[in-house]
Design a protein around this ligand. Structure first.
Ligand SMILES: [Zn+2]
Length: 378
């Protein structure tokens, strides 16, 4: 047996132990979902599988311990049917896949507070600024889970979204991302006139959205007067004039402070207010109604972490490096580490490592093995 074969076998055995300890796993309406499974090399190697009950799925996971488990966001009459139309699509959840961007602090595939914190802010924005106020979904209809690697999945399960087709889902993605937003629609010129030295003076005033306006208009106004976003404002209002600018925007008057090229400036502001949903591949999870998504509370084969479900109220404080761990610190494993940056696991710091042999607690060892940054040592 090669070191790689021994490593894969070791990780698989640990994954099987994890599923053995779980009492129940699987999505709602499990009998109508299509499942896909991935190997050490590929995230989805087989698909078109189905399980009548959660107990059937658990039995499969304990026996096979796949490295990746995904299921359809869709509900089908015949989930094993092939080709796709034979499945008979009955509807689907609305799912958003928010993943950390590439980060200058480390090599591709790892996470740090900076990139993960940004993704978290986007998830909070999606839920609190869009799904709840604009679309009216309640906290009972929205669930969130860690993706298992570098982001979050936000899911809406509701009769209101079940029948949305691709086009409607594409429109939702565009709305939430602020794509194609015409900022000028929120501004209108209003003529102001007054008497001065017995003569009527006239001036065109730019009336814009107020913070209390619904939808996108109010969102842009609230963003503009939030001191946390001051760096995104033009230099004319960044310092002493910010209070005056804020006072004006609250009344819908965006001209209290003179700003050069204001059309361009406010247009750019709109782009910063939307939810950053990553590239086309991430957006496809929302749009493509035949997409498979990582099963919540399953293990992720690229991290050894749990794609943990947690209450919305814990999103702000969620940290996978302590909240998504599946493996203990009582067992230790000796590894030959190829290369790894400094990382946290169970609030302990490890690394950086380069071409060295190390004995690590199981939770940190599993992370490096799944990241393909190490092999078991003999
Ligand atoms: Zn980072």
């Amino acid at each position: 047996m090669t070191d790689l074969e021994r490593t894969v076998e070791f990780v698989r055995r640990k994954f099987a132990d994890f599923y053995t300890a779980q009492s129940e796993v699987g999505p709602s309406s499990i009998g109508q979902r299509e499942f896909g499974f991935g190997s050490w090399e590929r995230k989805i190697e087989t698909r078109h599988a189905a399980f009548p009950t959660k107990a059937d799925l658990r039995k499969y996971l304990v026996m096979n311990a796949p490295f990746f488990i995904s299921h359809s966001i869709a509900y089908y009459e015949f989930p094993t049917g092939r080709p796709m139309p034979r499945k008979n699509w009955l509807g689907g959840d609305l799912v958003f896949d928010l993943d950390a961007d590439e980060c200058p602090n480390h090599a591709k595939g790892w996470i740090c507070d900076t990139c993960f914190g940004k993704t978290k802010s986007e998830a909070i924005k999606l839920i609190e600024e869009f799904l709840m106020p604009d679309f009216g979904f309640s906290s009972n209809e929205i669930s969130v889970n860690f993706s298992g690697n570098r982001g979050f999945h936000v899911r809406v399960e509701s009769e209101k979204v079940k029948q949305l087709d691709r086009e409607a889902r594409r429109d939702l993605v565009d709305y939430i991302g602020g794509t194609g937003l015409s900022i000028e629609n929120f501004f209108r010129a209003k003529e102001k006139s007054w008497m001065e030295n017995d003569r009527v003076k006239r001036q065109l005033q730019n009336m814009g959205p107020k913070p209390t306006d619904p939808g996108w208009g109010g969102r842009i106004a609230r963003f503009a007067i939030d001191p946390a976003n001051i760096a995104h404002l033009p230099k004319e209002v960044q310092k002493k004039k910010f209070p005056l600018f804020t006072q004006g925007v609250k009344e819908g008057n965006w001209d209290k402070v003179r700003i050069a090229n204001k059309e361009t400036v406010w247009g750019d502001l709109g782009k910063k207010v939307g939810v950053h949903m990553g590239d086309q591949i991430d957006q496809n999870v929302t749009i493509d109604t035949s997409k498979l998504i990582r099963m919540a509370d399953s293990l992720h084969g690229d991290s050894g972490w749990v794609a943990k479900t947690f209450p919305l109220s814990q999103l702000q404080s969620f940290d996978p490096r302590k909240d998504a761990l599946a493996f203990s610190s009582s067992e230790t494993v000796t590894l030959n580490i190829v290369e790894a940056p400094k990382f946290l696991s169970r609030e302990e710091e490890f690394g950086p490592f380069k071409a060295e042999k190390r004995e690590l607690p199981l939770h940190a060892a599993m992370y490096l093995l799944c990241k393909k940054a190490a092999l078991l040592s003999d």
